[in-house]
Design a protein around this ligand. Sequence first.
Ligand code: GRG
Length: 312
Amino acid sequence: MTAAVTSMDSTSQGGAAGFDFKTYLTDAGARVEAALDASLGPERPESLREAMRYSLLAGGKRLRPILCLAACELAGGDSELAIPTAVALEMIHTMSLIHDDLPAMDNDDLRRGRPTNHKVYGEANAILAGDALLTRAFEMVALRSPGVPAERLLAVVGELSMASGAPGLVGGQVVDLECEGKQVDLETLEYIHLHKTGALLRACVLCGALIGGASAELLDALRTYARGIGLAFQIIDDILDVTASSEVLGKTAGKDLAADKTTYPKLLGLEESKRRAEALVAEAKAALEPYGAGGKAAPLLALAEFITSRDR
Ligand code: GRG
């Protein structure tokens, strides 16, 4: 059983009648794990390859690549063609975790149930392993995506660039760091979440859909879906930081309080935060209902539900 499935198992649910979410996750998770394992071949020196593999193959829910494959299928595409992009998205995500854990950022020593990359390989190597994963992600799309029309790959590169840089991950992280120890309002908190976490989740569904040849209308619906799940995902992350243990999370619990960060539970309380996350997931699901709750949209609908029911 793959890491993706093991970590989603306890809370997985069916979503649409007749759709077996557990089986879907088992299959998609196994495809993603195999592709990730095969993705790092030619890297030299060996020490760099080892540091990249250490974090990339450390497990994790693999939510981002699975979202990418599911969106490609919803658009009517062959999700096999989206595998290199799914790998690229997990590489970018893993890079962001490595950098986020550095002493200059969140300064953490536990990630995915293991010592963080810099604890094992040193800070300089962790930075470089992250850099190599980020650049390798673009190589996966540009040079290792056979069978996908060049204009679709170009659109994917555009989405990945926007999600990773100042308009996405980096911008969100900068504002997050600037706000530590300060009073933050709901609008600023939403900005942080939508950029730091939401932007990459949005890229996952848009990139998958672009490879599948989605219409402009479907891309719009997916933008609404992605906004809902992106914000909901981070609200639940904030809640789990307070309610779950480090053992279950595989990362240090209680970090937000320790770093004096503003979070949804801090601003709204746990119950209201949970209600807000559920409302956002309902909005996300509503955007995809016209595309067939019992059919091709079923995996994305079930993945949206998983976001609020997860325990890690
Ligand atoms: C250099 C492009 C570039 C970016 C770095 C460090 C940074 C900028 C951004 C931080 C982004 C970050 C770590 C956001 C948190 C997102 C989040 C909630 C991660 C946890 O995701 P899960 O729960 O983790 O899906 P697993 O381990 O299951 O994959």
